[in-house]
Design a protein around this ligand. Structure first.
Ligand SMILES: NC(=O)c1ccc[n+]([C@@H]2O[C@H](COP(=O)([O-])OP(=O)(O)OC[C@H]3O[C@@H](n4cnc5c(N)ncnc54)[C@H](O)[C@@H]3O)[C@@H](O)[C@H]2O)c1
Length: 310
């Protein structure tokens, strides 16, 4: 089987590309390295096309059985609307066109950001209320995908990820998950800094589950747009408790006032549709995910330390 993973040097894309490669799939990564990290894919042995999705000669990549489209400008503070829309919408439109012309299955990344501050649990059929240009670009992507689904009998699946965490997100800096940010502070002995009173909740989903959702989407009989979350919301206070347990630390939260006028207090996926139509259920609890993630991060750091000594 031949697969393309766009955004394959990024966080979710690299985890997906490496998993597919392990399963014997011939994978081509398309990533312009505007935001990813080569370190994520240094063990990847497939083809790497270092180009912007808007510039790629897609026909030259045939034959292709499936495209997993993860590439996007993911910095949610970008205010250049032209740049965001050209990258996330027009780039996607080209991929969609290529998939439709060649009857290639397409699984693409949407975002729970399309729900904005709508009350939890957020459902695929509920109100969409994007609050920044990034979320709006994802909403437009969903709209053009839905139109294409209606007009063709092709398998197109959109995945609205909630808060994904796991290995390979370090390059995202302040846009990496809160779990990563807090763990890094605590690993260096600092008290974890969170907004007052720490009871804001997020649906944190481990990256292995996000990869699984992609694999299940590829096997799906029906297309559609689905939430990819655990269906459980966990407060930042609880995340810090888990990190203390896993790191063997005892650091209390350092609360500070939230400078944002608007802040989403609770995200939580309604998972019924993904369960029913994709058969997708998150398997990793937040505790298990954090434990495996931090162990892997620690192993990476100690391997680096060894190679420096040598
Ligand atoms: N990580 C999350 O929690 C989360 C949540 C909701 C949605 N998403 C979506 O999932 C997808 C993957 O997110 P991620 O966290 O891995 O982000 P990421 O920033 O780590 O990866 C995105 C990758 O896309 C590449 N890219 C960007 N524009 C490109 C272009 N024009 N041409 C080629 N490559 C380009 C970047 O270089 C980067 O490697 C994105 O579409 C994102 O919007 C992620």
């Amino acid at each position: 089987m031949n697969a393309i993973v766009t955004g394959g040097a990024g966080f979710i894309g690299s985890n997906l590309a490496l998993t597919l490669e392990k399963q014997g799939v011939r994978v081509t990564i398309v990533d312009d390295f505007s935001g990813g990290n080569f370190e994520n894919i240094k063990n990847f042995r497939g083809k790497v096309i270092a180009q912007d999705i808007n510039q790629v000669a897609w026909d030259s990549l045939k034959p292709v059985d499936v495209i997993f489209h993860e590439a996007a400008l993911t910095d949610t503070t970008v205010t250049d609307q032209k740049k965001m829309m050209s990258n996330n919408v027009e780039g996607f439109r080209k991929i969609l066109h290529f998939a439709l012309q060649n009857r290639i299955k397409l699984v693409y990344a949407s975002s729970a950001g399309v729900y904005g501050n709508e009350p939890a649990p957020q459902s695929e059929n509920g109100r969409l209320n994007p609050l920044n240009i990034y979320a709006y670009s994802k909403l437009v992507g969903d709209q053009i995908a839905l139109q294409a689904m209606k007009a063709s009998k092709m398998l197109i699946v959109g995945l609205r990820y909630f808060n994904v965490f796991g290995l390979g997100e370090k390059h995202k800096g302040k846009f990496a998950s809160m779990i990563y940010q807090l763990a890094e502070q605590m690993r260096s002995g600092k008290r974890p800094r969170i907004f007052h009173d720490g009871e804001q909740m997020r649906d944190h989903i481990y990256v292995r589950d996000a990869v699984d959702a992609n694999l299940m989407a590829f096997e799906a009989k029906e297309g559609g747009i689905f939430n990819v979350g655990t269906g459980k919301a966990t407060s930042f206070n609880r995340v810090i408790e888990i990190l203390n347990e896993v790191l063997g630390a005892n650091l209390s939260p350092d609360y500070f006032d939230n400078p944002y006028g608007f802040y989403q207090n609770r995200t939580q996926a309604d998972t019924a549709q993904a369960e029913r139509l994709l058969g997708f259920n998150a398997k990793w609890s937040i505790e298990e995910g954090i434990r495996e993630y931090l162990t892997a991060l620690h192993d990476l750091k100690s391997k680096k330390a060894v190679s420096i000594k040598v």
